[in-house]
Write a protein that binds this ligand. Structure first.
Ligand SMILES: [Zn+2]
Length: 113
């Protein structure tokens, strides 16, 4: 089982869905679905807070509360994701080995396992 392009050895490979072998999607844990947008929102709120602090008279109370709430959401989702991680790894591994048709993003090489 190789996760690299056999032609150029690039790790940037993409699974291709075939009519015969539809690409089986790995089971993405719900905690990850919450965690990723929560981190983005947190980053955005932190950037807005810093910008307001630098160019204005500090972040408003609403913004501070929102930042704390989103931060706590990130922590909770992070803990849940940590618990889901072993299952997610197994799901990813079975997805990688179940998929037979791959394409390389570097050299456009297309191959079947
Ligand atoms: Zn390649």
């Amino acid at each position: 089982m190789q996760y690299r392009c056999p032609k150029c050895q690039s790790p940037k490979i993409l699974p291709v869905a075939d009519a015969q072998t539809p690409a089986v999607r790995p089971v993405v844990p719900k905690s990850l679905v919450v965690l990723i947008p929560a981190i983005f929102v947190l980053l955005l709120l932190v950037i807005i807070s810093i910008a307001l602090w630098l160019f204005g008279d500090g972040a408003g109370q609403t913004l501070q509360i929102a930042t704390v709430v989103v931060f706590l959401l990130c922590v909770v989702a992070g803990i849940f994701f940590w618990r889901d991680l072993p299952d997610f790894k197994i799901s990813m591994q079975s997805f990688m080995s179940a998929n037979k048709h791959w394409k390389c993003r570097e050299c456009q090489h297309d191959w079947h396992i």
